[in-house]
Design a protein around this ligand. Structure first.
Ligand SMILES: Nc1ncnc2c1ncn2[C@@H]1O[C@H](COP(=O)(O)OP(=O)(O)OP(=O)(O)O)[C@@H](O)[C@H]1O
Ligand SMILES: [Mg+2]
Length: 433
């Protein structure tokens, strides 16, 4: 292995620009999505965390950017948003529009006017926010607040007219302004809005994330239906489940009538995950095949534990690699630099092995040493049962304790089991198919 090996190709971050070359699979989906955008259709993307939603948004943007005729007549705007509150959303949207639009993009609208008015509202907001953020509440009495506010107004007044300095923008006015801007845009606007799937359950109102999102989207419906705009959102799986097209009741409004489609990113199959691994390994400085990089038992365990989730797979792999390197590095530091290439070739097996994988999953699965031994054993032997004497000996557990542990591991979803011909439970690692 070359000394300058870098884990960079194994990044767990969303792929963008230079790293998009590591993307594998989902070709058909990406093509379909690209065509929908060219058709100016709104759509959503949903999937478990780490299945590649942000990466796909980045790919779509990059693809569109490379079409000259498209960039001439379109403006691509992207931002992420996790707060299910329409007035926050609208403010953010207006702010972003003002940042992205130029006077030449608009007809019949004075952008500067809107900009100035809006800047005052953000000035006031910042002021109010700073009160909450920087001044401990109990030390601020009403008088002090008023004094601070009058100072703020005064300093603003020195810059501008009175009427503008206290001009708040109410949500209705916000929508009105935004619609006006969008309607008068000479170019078609394509919005990529990420992280809408991170909206959570609200314990105060008892509203679930998907319901909060649905009501937010309803409030935005007027904007999203404008013929000058196209919207692409990442959406929670629960939202998808609740509002997807129902073939038994085709008369119901699917996707709230806002999205023409919602794409579900499934976890990868075993084959896909290996393909992703191969692509990344080939992009690295490592010379060799997958089996020269990781022992096949370890690879199987890694595949099973990461369940086809690309981020989880890469995360475990990176960690396992580091665990493997640590003792090697220490050895390097201790020995003097008279190493010859010859002594390197005699070095023991330098592949990632089961114990490295088991060390890498610590933060996620929180297994004690005995449970790790059980997993390692199954990774080698493929299967076990509570009466397995060899396993009892390796772990120092009697039949009952072993039985309890196997059951627990199955309950947490790490192990799976099937019944043999006598009805006895045979445990295996939960398989990625
Ligand atoms: N099709 C793919 N090919 C190669 N790598 C992928 C693919 N899909 C996802 N990945 C990898 O998985 C990791 C997670 O991707 P990404 O951040 O895009 O997921 P996400 O769905 O946006 O996650 P989150 O829900 O946390 O926002 C990244 O390292 C990315 O490179
Ligand atoms: Mg993301």
């Amino acid at each position: 292995m070359k000394k300058d090996f870098s884990l960079e190709p194994f990044t767990t971050l969303a792929l963008k620009e230079n790293s998009i070359k590591y993307f594998t699979g989902r070709e058909r989906m990406v093509t379909d999505m690209g065509n929908l955008i060219l058709d100016h259709q709104n759509f959503g993307i949903t999937g478990a965390p780490g299945t590649g939603k942000t990466t796909i948004l980045n790919i779509l943007k990059k693809n569109l950017d490379s079409i000259k005729s498209f960039t001439k007549s379109h403006i691509i705007i992207s931002f992420n948003f996790t707060i299910p509150n329409s007035s926050d959303f609208l403010k953010r949207l207006l702010f972003i529009l003002l940042e992205n639009l130029e006077q030449k993009d608009l007809s019949k609208i004075n952008l500067k006017d809107i900009q100035e008015n809006f800047l005052y509202t953000t000035g006031l907001q910042e002021f109010l926010r700073s009160l909450v953020r920087y001044e401990p509440a109990k030390e601020l009495d009403g008088y002090q607040v008023l004094r601070l506010y009058s100072d703020f107004i005064k300093s603003e007044l020195q810059k501008k007219e009175t009427s503008k300095a206290i001009n708040f923008i109410a949500p209705e006015n916000l929508i009105f302004l935004i619609v006006k801007l969008l309607k008068n845009s000479k170019k078609h606007l394509v919005f990529f809005i990420d992280d809408m799937d991170k909206i959570n359950y609200d314990p105060l109102t008892n509203n679930t994330g998907e319901d909060r999102l649905a009501s937010l989207l309803f409030e935005l419906k007027e904007i999203m239906e404008l013929s000058t705009t196209t919207w692409i959102f990442t959406l929670p799986i629960n939202f998808y489940e609740k509002y997807k097209i129902n073939f038994n009741r085709p008369e119901t409004t699917s996707f709230l009538g806002i999205f023409s489609d919602i794409f579900l990113l499934h976890n990868f199959s075993r084959k896909r995950t290996v393909e992703m691994f191969r692509t990344r390994l080939e992009s690295s400085t490592f010379e060799g095949k997958i089996i020269d990089f990781i022992d096949s038992y370890a690879l199987n365990l890694l595949l099973d534990l990461s369940r086809g989730n690309p981020r989880l797979f890469l995360y475990f792999l990176r960690k396992a690699y580091k665990f493997k390197e640590e003792p090697l590095k220490r050895k390097d530091e201790n020995s003097d630099s008279t190493d010859t290439p010859d002594s390197e070739s005699k070095a023991p097996d330098s592949r990632i092995k089961i114990n490295h994988i088991l060390a890498s999953i610590d933060y996620i699965f929180n297994l004690d040493e005995r449970n790790k031994k059980i997993l390692a054993y199954i990774a080698y032997k493929q299967k076990t049962e509570s009466n397995d004497h060899e396993l009892q000996e390796t772990t120092g557990l009697d039949r009952l304790s072993l039985n309890r542990r196997l059951k627990e591991l199955a309950d947490t979803g790490i192990l799976d089991y099937f019944l043999d011909q006598y009805g006895k439970r045979i445990y295996i690692t939960k398989k990625l198919t």
